[in-house]
Design a protein around this ligand. Structure first.
Ligand code: ADP
Ligand code: MG
Length: 256
């Protein structure tokens, strides 16, 4: 494929069973560097399960997950890698439920994320990542997420929208090449959502972004590529303007 060079993350034939239920069924997709790939679909479609498979929080029943651009042969198989190893390989994610420490400041939360990522087995041979590096990554992440002015505020005192910005800052502090976001706009008012949409738009600079989101205005504003899931299957994928007029998509969403 001509555009393999830009594929940062590739899923091939992913499947996940929970007992008799097939939550994800034969899902293949590519996430490209410099692009936002949105995944949409009704509740229960398998979107969060797909993110969990990509991040390594769940193991697939079948299929492969590969990182692009790591070596000369093009792809590295990460299907069996634990989540922390994937994170170290450049895969960052947010969760649908918050992972913030509520009584710590915004800055402390981001610093912890930067430190957790820096702590590697190599550390026993010396301080691989310096405090200065952690400090730099912490302030860069706070700045990109628009939280510098809120850095000293206790996380629980931040607005809902600012807490989502903080989660993204915590992902950025791990310096990912690929970012997976599960419903980053959930429960947000319009003005809060505006800020977070702008933040998400900025993430694709030099990175690949996969975002699961229900807010269709945001999806069509952000997405360079779109995959639609229903009942565990991909029912449509491609450019947003093509997918939105796809009869199978209209049927899944509108029942017409
Ligand atoms: P979505 O994020 O698109 O709403 P999910 O991936 O959360 O969908 O869920 C897909 C299906 O898998 C649903 O039917 C859900 O009930 C089921 N499911 C998700 N996680 C589990 C689990 N850990 N155990 C059993 N069933 C699950
Ligand atoms: Mg979900």
């Amino acid at each position: 494929m001509a555009d393999n060079a830009q594929v940062a993350l590739r899923a091939v034939g992913l499947r996940k069973h929970f007992g008799g239920l097939t939550a994800v069924s034969d899902v293949s997709l590519d996430v490209h560097t410099g692009e936002i790939h949105a995944v949409i679909g009704p509740n229960g479609a398998g979107k969060s399960t797909l993110i969990n498979l990509l991040s390594g929080d769940l193991s697939p029943s079948a299929g492969e997950i590969m990182l692009g651009g790591q070596n000369s042969s093009g792809f590295d198989d990460i299907t069996r890698l634990a989540p922390d190893r994937r994170a170290r390989a450049g895969l960052g994610r947010s969760y649908q439920k918050t992972t913030i420490f509520p009584q710590f400041s915004a800055q402390e939360n981001v610093r912890l994320a930067a430190q957790a990522h820096a702590a590697s087995p190599l550390k026993m041979f010396g301080n691989v990542t310096s405090d200065a590096d952690v400090n730099r990554r912490t302030s860069e992440a706070l700045e990109q997420a628009g939280l510098l002015a809120r850095a000293q505020m206790i996380a629980t005192h931040l607005s809902h929208g600012e807490q989502r910005q903080l989660e993204i800052a915590m992902v950025l502090a791990t310096q990912p090449r690929i970012i997976l976001l599960d419903e980053p706009l959930a429960g947000m008012g319009q003005s809060e959502a505006r800020k977070v949409v702008d933040l998400i738009a900025s993430l694709k600079q030099g990175r690949a972004v996969l975002v699961v989101e229900h807010d269709m205005d945001a999806v069509f504003e952000l997405a360079d590529r779109l995959t639609v899931m229903a009942d565990g299957h991909v029912i449509a994928s491609g450019l947003p303007q093509d997918v939105r007029i796809d009869p199978a998509v209209r049927l899944a969403y509108l029942g017409v």
